[in-house]
Design a protein around this ligand. Structure first.
Ligand SMILES: [Cu+2]
Length: 141
């Protein structure tokens, strides 16, 4: 192989490598790690961007079952709101049955509009948990 030909082959090889090896990450959802405990919610990210697909990976590190809802803050003691209505209000939900101790569940969500801090939160509405501190305000820009 002449050195000129070798360079040409090398150039093609490099082109192919970079073409396959460097995919754009723009379509990959950004991972958000959420941890549930008694009684709190932690997130690897509390500030989000409109239009960016996020994958929420929710892990229950507590000793009892929890749930997670992405929704506007609500008075947990509001007696006129039942679980069904809350489910309708929620942008996303992982129900208690799916989050026993040690479980990890995911959901995908892309925010469509901005939200000031406190307009939206991640919350657990298992009876008594919200009041005990299982809520985390988030911001969407
Ligand atoms: Cu809970």
């Amino acid at each position: 192989m002449t050195s000129k030909k070798f360079v040409a082959v090398l150039a093609v090889a490099i082109f192919l490598l970079t073409a396959c090896g460097a995919p754009s990450n723009s379509t990959e959802p950004a991972t958000v790690a959420i941890t549930l405990t008694e009684f709190g919610i932690e997130s690897s990210r509390e500030s989000f961007e409109v239009g960016v697909p996020y994958q929420f990976v929710v892990t229950n590190k507590g000793a009892i079952s929890h749930e997670v809802m992405l929704m506007a803050p609500t008075m947990a003691n509001q007696m006129d709101m039942d679980m069904e209505e809350m489910d309708e209000m929620a942008l996303a939900t992982i129900v208690e049955d799916d989050l026993p101790p040690g479980a990890t569940k995911t959901f995908d969500y892309t925010f469509t509009e901005p939200a000031a801090t406190g307009d939206l939160e991640l919350a657990c509405h298992v009876s008594g948990h919200y009041e005990a501190g299982m809520k985390l305000p988030i911001t969407v820009k």
